[in-house]
Design a protein around this ligand. Structure first.
Ligand code: PLP
Length: 381
């Protein structure tokens, strides 16, 4: 089945009791048993829920995996993966990792004996040097946020496999429409389904997809034992969002390309970060592992200060000032004061995250209107 068919049909069948074509929201906490232990495969809704099961099967198909396991948020999904590790184990990840993922490793799990190392992962030699006997997990996030660096999934997975280290790719920014890391050798894929999969900024949800039966069993055990499960209504909303994933991401990519080109020739813009540009340092890797270059664009201003950025952020009307990404509507954000405020300024500047850097999550509106909105917002900078 091709991707555009899978989003609509994989794992989805009419409800056997009524013929309802859409997966019902099974809003129940428990299931009646005919006799003790005699039931229809469902006992208690933390353990199993039919709406969730359909979503899990659909997500597995989208990522070309065998098992999908859903959680109440992207970070709850990551938390489950970290719970499979033991005290003393080490994680190698990227230096511009999503702030919440960084916080989970350093502020929660370091006190339980895990250790994180954060390095520029587009440098493969440095990745290889960082690995030691204690390294149990390589955590890749690509494209990165907000600098939109691209990390070579296939080659890092090769290095990891040689050393018996597990790899997980946070595929939130690309979505399975653009990139399927299991095909490139990853052991696990993580999604904040809050973003492109849900796609309408109306639900928080997370998922893990894997081909590894043993990992799937461990993660299912943790899903039930720790209990960070999504509600059935949230699963329904993600299922509904996924039906148009290919259409939405395709349009976002098209819009982002036009906007990146427009910004690149704007006299008040000093630099545009967009992996689709031929002179982007990781352009060839992006071309190799992604089907298109995504809906995210970051840019810096000639007037390199916070005030200039403020002026732009204050004056857009279609681009709303908000955290998050991947919805149908376009968002604008200021990483230095919003998503990455907890990172010390010297650290931020090292990766190019200046006070005037602006990040766009490009939605599916008409590109001409989006460009007009940016044009008037840049007028007074
Ligand atoms: C939002 C996000 C997360 C966290 O997901 P939640 O659903 O907010 O818990 C993880 N990784 C990336 C790349 C994200 O953008």
């Amino acid at each position: 089945m091709k991707f555009g068919t899978k989003v609509i049909h994989a794992g989805i069948k009419p409800d056997p009791s009524t013929g309802a074509i859409m997966t019902p929201i099974f809003q129940t906490s428990t299931y009646v048993q005919d006799a003790p232990g005699v039931h229809k495969g469902y006992e208690y809704a933390r353990t199993q829920n039919p709406t969730r099961s359909v979503l899990e099967e659909n997500l597995a198909a989208l990522e070309n995996g065998k098992h999908g396991i859903c959680f109440s948020s992207g970070l709850a999904a990551m938390d489950a993966i970290l719970k499979t590790l033991d005290p003393g184990d080490e994680i190698v990840s990227t230096s511009d990792l999503y702030g919440g993922s960084y916080r989970l490793i350093t502020k929660i799990y370091e006190k339980f004996g895990l250790k994180g190392h954060f390095i520029p992962m587009d440098d493969l030699d440095q990745v290889e040097k960082e690995l030691n006997k204690k390294t149990k997990l390589i955590w890749i996030e690509t494209p990165t946020n907000p600098m939109l660096n691209i990390i070579d999934i296939e080659n890092i997975c090769k290095i990891a496999k040689k050393k018996g280290i597990m790899t997980c790719v946070d595929n939130t920014f690309a979505s399975p429409y653009l990139q399927t890391p299991l095909d490139l050798g990853a052991d696990l894929v993580l999604h904040s389904a809050t973003k492109y999969l849900g796609g309408h900024s109306d639900v928080v949800h997370g998922a893990i997809i894997t081909n590894d039966d043993e990992m799937a069993e461990q993660l299912r055990f943790i899903q039930n034992a720790a209990g960070a499960v999504p509600g059935p209504q949230d699963c329904f909303l993600i299922l509904r969002g996924i039906k148009t994933l290919h259409l939405r991401v395709e349009r976002s990519c098209k819009n982002a390309k036009k906007i990146a080109k427009y910004l690149n020739s704007h006299p008040k813009v000093s630099k545009v970060f967009y992996p689709g540009f031929k002179d982007h340092p990781n352009h060839l890797i992006a071309k190799k592992q992604m089907r298109d270059f995504g809906g995210m664009v970051s840019f810096d201003l000639m007037q390199n200060d916070f005030e200039a950025a403020q002026e732009v952020l204050k004056n857009t009307h279609l681009f709303s000032l908000a955290e998050s990404l991947g919805g149908v509507e376009s968002l604008i954000g200021h990483p230095a004061s919003m998503t990455h405020a907890s990172i010390p300024k010297e650290e931020r500047l090292k990766v190019g995250l200046t006070d005037s850097l602006i990040r766009l999550s490009v939605g599916v509106e008409d590109a001409d209107d989006l460009i007009e909105d940016l044009e008037q917002a840049l007028l007074n900078v």
